[in-house]
Ligand binder design. Structure first.
Ligand SMILES: *[C@@H]1O[C@H](CO)[C@@H](O)[C@H](O)[C@H]1NC(C)=O
Ligand SMILES: *[C@@H]1O[C@H](CO)[C@@H](O)[C@H](O)[C@H]1NC(C)=O
Ligand SMILES: *[C@@H]1O[C@H](CO)[C@@H](O)[C@H](O)[C@H]1NC(C)=O
Ligand SMILES: *[C@@H]1O[C@H](CO)[C@@H](O)[C@H](O)[C@H]1NC(C)=O
Length: 230
């Protein structure tokens, strides 16, 4: 009988541990900093932009709230660290907002950053300290989706620093002129670049790469890396 009670107690304790495993505090704060920034960037662009408490409702100051369950946030199952961000699906930013990339540095496990939402939301990236090298801090970043934003050629230097990138999506933005393929050939694992251009995009061919171009509304450029790269 005593054994049974002990067993039940153990099960309850384990259950509690499981239930209360939530996101890490540092990342919860980092998400709130990001939210504060988005609210201020929104109001910089537009007088009537909603304040902090009226965007991303699930991203709350309540310290008991598990940020892994916030909208547009995914976490790893084991360490409960943020590995996916896609907040623009849940909020609207006025035209051509700028994203401060330093705000993403606390998310060491970030694998997927999806900045795709309604059209023309982000129009630029910056980092006061790291500059174009900003994304190197995100060592696990594999997927960058910049689709349906308003980025122009000024963002081309950024992805190069994200050395784990496999997928880079540029669908429907405001880039112009020849696509700077050379900027991307150094990315080892880069498998897919997808973009659409209103202007005619010329592609430089490179001996080591083969570029497949499907062209209707979108250009989809598949960069195939030779497998035997050192
Ligand atoms: C939550 O924190 C933000 C930023 O510090 C502040 O602007 C906001 O008023 C706070 N909201 C509540 C409900 O405490
Ligand atoms: C979270 O993961 C699910 C399932 O893999 C995926 O459909 C969703 O887009 C991800 N969301 C974010 C914010 O990365
Ligand atoms: C960008 O974010 C970093 C890190 O939080 C901060 O130190 C810096 O002041 C921010 N810059 C701007 C212009 O918001
Ligand atoms: C990014 O989010 C958009 C909007 O929710 C979705 O359609 C798209 O598939 C996502 N991209 C990736 C790479 O998962």
């Amino acid at each position: 009988m005593e054994r049974k009670v002990y067993l039940i107690w153990v099960i309850i304790v384990l259950g509690q541990i499981h239930v209360y495993k939530s996101c890490i505090e540092e990342e919860r704060k980092a998400l709130l900093n990001l939210k504060t920034y988005l609210a201020s960037e929104g109001s910089r662009q537009h007088h009537h932009f909603p304040t902090f408490d009226y965007i991303l409702h699930t991203w709350t100051n309540d310290t008991t709230s598990d940020c892994c369950k916030w909208e547009g946030v995914n976490c790893t199952l084991t360490s409960a660290q943020v590995n996916g961000l896609a907040f623009l699906e849940y909020m609207y930013l006025p035209d051509k907002a700028l994203l401060n990339l330093s705000l993403l540095h606390p998310f060491e496990e970030l694998r997927s950053l999806n900045l795709s939402g309604a059209e023309y939301q982000f129009g630029g990236l910056f980092d006061d300290v790291e500059g174009y090298k900003s994304l190197r801090k995100l060592r696990n970043l594999e997927v960058l989706d910049f689709s349906l934003d308003a980025f122009d050629n000024s963002i081309f230097p950024f992805p190069k620093a994200a050395t784990s990138l496999t997928t880079l999506l540029f669908r429907r933005n405001s880039m112009d002129g020849p696509f700077p393929v050379k900027r991307f050939v150094c990315l080892y694992y880069l498998l897919t670049i997808s973009l659409r251009s209103s202007a005619r995009q010329e592609l430089e061919m490179d001996n080591q790469q083969s570029y497949l171009i499907h062209s209707q509304l979108f250009y989809s450029i598949v960069v195939e890396k030779p497998r035997a790269f050192p």
